[in-house]
Ligand binder design. Sequence first.
Ligand code: FPP
Length: 241
Amino acid sequence: MTATDSATSGPKHVAIIMDGNGRWAQQRGRPRLFGHQAGARRIREIVNACPDLGVKYLTIFAFSTENWKRTQTEVSGLMSLFRRYIQKEAQDLHDEGVRVRFIGDRVRLEPKLVKLMDELEELTEGNDLVHLTIALNYGGRDEVARATKRLAQEVAAGRLDPETVDSETLARFLDTCVLPDPDLVIRTSGEARISNFLLWQSAYAEYEFIETLWPDFTKDIFGEIIARYGGRERRFGAVPV
Ligand code: FPP
């Protein structure tokens, strides 16, 4: 990729902040968890649309380090939704050639959920059609802090020379170390915020903030956004030649 690449080839890595489940449920007079369940059902269609749209990497924000502040009912409902989702979808995702990874801090998650996450990563590790990364108990600042801690431990152990540390060194300690940076970040539901998602990795990403609530997000809307991206010129800080 050159420094002034036109985006015509389409985004290789798309990251999505799946927002608006609560409002979607509220509009229907239903509890918030009803919206999260509808949101979970949207994921498959979007993952399946990726190969045709040329999207190799899809990263979705399922639960942030700040989401623990929600009510106990919502947090435990979401945790059991994640467990059920993995149990129900694991085999189909694998059969469809999807490689699943999780990013975020697993320490605060229930052991039975972490076990399912580990098993799904292991089951799908040989797949390469689409790389689906699910951010769970993830926060960009928390990720950089955890990476810095591990980097400092390497320095303290004498295995890393601090004089050699640059941004690429730090990137190797991030949860996303094996992933390319996102080209495009989409947020649904009309909010124009990053909310601590992939802060480091999105330095040169394009952004799309759309009004649609996540449970109404379809592969056609996804396709329209990808097509719009194709018209953009990405300069990565350089001047066009
Ligand atoms: C934001 O909507 C959404 C979340 C905090 C949870 C995202 C979870 C899902 C889409 C479903 C489950 C995911 C997986 C991977 C199985 P919000 O609740 O903040 O909506 P609001 O802003 O309208 O209240």
